[in-house]
Design a protein around this ligand. Structure first.
Ligand SMILES: CC(C)(COP(=O)(O)OP(=O)(O)OC[C@H]1O[C@@H](n2cnc3c(N)ncnc32)[C@H](O)[C@@H]1OP(=O)(O)O)[C@@H](O)C(=O)NCCC(=O)NCCS
Length: 326
């Protein structure tokens, strides 16, 4: 029987401060009705001034580890899917390794924007297939509120802070990751990017937020997101020999409710099978899938044996999909 990578436990967390659409109306020329109609977002969480990425990431990791019954010193690897860790160096993976006490793990960050969690699951899966005893903590979390230009209403309304983690190991049997695919197209980088803070335009050159804020061609990105997430889902299903109608639950990247609707209708599925929490959190980048998976778990919407599909899309451009039996 095949060895597969099984999620032993999932957890998530987000800062406590809630920023509603009505709060944003006071900051810029927008309205609750416009934001709801175009995106499905009602509110998002944001760190307080001085708040750090690791402040809300650690509780989600500890929750996942407790549910998995795995202690920090038992972890062999920590993969942090993020682009907004506390520092440029050390990596977010090493920061979390230290804060949770995973002293026997190798730790690193993986930069794939919103796709960080699904990329992380894919990398973890490849390690576990060769070393099934490995216990790996995969994190997806971002602090995007510091990357927003409050003068750009087309991006500032979309994002929030939050994320979560999953603990994986190898198990013989039907459960676990059946297929997991990741894709990228660097030619399309300028549909979604942050130019400042790299070596081309170092942070110490800048007195303004502008180069460090997210820039986006929303209309074009929308179409690419629908097409590529839909295709990634079909490829993941084909690789596993599974039909779309057999899916029990879809836990998609939460960027925009209209994007999710279109991907789901391409798959010919019913929205009742889809976990939606973009209304509560907005787009938390690499954090959306673990936050939604955790919501599904806590609401009792995932049963053992369920087929779960998790498509993602983000800056890079990057995209992918993981299909697993829970
Ligand atoms: C950003 C997004 C919500 C904009 O929705 P849209 O339907 O494409 O809207 P448009 O950009 O065509 O803009 C329509 C109008 O709304 C206006 N508008 C933009 N943001 C607004 C806001 N926050 N409030 C009110 N009006 C706004 C525009 O200025 C434009 O006005 P105009 O017609 O007078 O020129 C949508 O394109 C989107 O979600 N794209 C994908 C973004 C994404 O998922 N990014 C992350 C990927 S991981």
């Amino acid at each position: 029987m095949a060895i597969r990578s099984v999620i032993l436990g999932v957890g998530a967390s987000a800062p406590e401060r809630i920023v509603t659409n009505y709060d944003l109306e006071k900051l810029m020329d927008t309205s609750h009705d416009w934001i709801i109609q175009r995106t499905g977002i009602s509110e998002r969480r944001m760190v307080d001034e001085g708040g750090k990425w690791s402040d809300f990431v650690v509780p989600g990791c500890l929750m996942a580890m407790e549910r998995a019954g795995v202690k920090a010193e038992e972890l062999d690897m920590v993969i942090a899917g993020t682009m907004t860790a506390d520092m440029m160096m050390p990596s977010g993976g090493c920061t979390i390794q230290s804060l949770i006490g995973a002293k026997n793990a190798v730790a690193f960050s993986l930069s794939a924007a919103c796709s960080g969690f699904i990329y992380g699951l894919t990398v973890a899966d490849r390690f576990i297939r060769t070393e099934p005893d490995m216990k790996i903590l995969v994190i997806g979390a971002d602090l995007i509120s510091q990357r927003l230009d409050w003068e750009d209403r087309s991006t500032a309304i979309l994002f929030g802070d939050g994320g979560g983690a999953a603990v994986l190991t190898g198990r013989e049997g039907e459960r676990g990751i059946l297929s997991t695919r990741m894709y990228s197209d660097g030619d399309l980088w300028d549909l979604l990017y942050v130019s400042g803070g790299g070596t081309l335009d170092p942070a110490f050159n800048e007195a303004s937020i502008k180069p460090h804020a997210i820039k986006m061609k929303g209309n074009e990105l929308f179409k690419v997101a629908v097409k590529s997430m839909g295709q990634a889902c079909l490829n993941a299903l084909e690789e596993a020999g599974v039909k779309a109608e057999d899916i029990d639950l879809v836990v998609p990247h939460q960027a925009n409710l209209r994007i999710i609707n279109k991907v789901i209708s391409r798959l010919g599925l019913d929205m009742e099978k889809v976990i939606i929490n973009v209304d509560k959190y907005g787009n938390t980048s690499a954090g959306t899938i673990p936050l939604a998976l955790n919501d599904a778990y806590e609401a009792g919407r995932i049963k053992e044996g369920d087929l779960v599909l998790m498509p993602v899309f983000g800056g890079g451009l990057t995209w992918g999909a993981t299909l697993l039996r829970w």
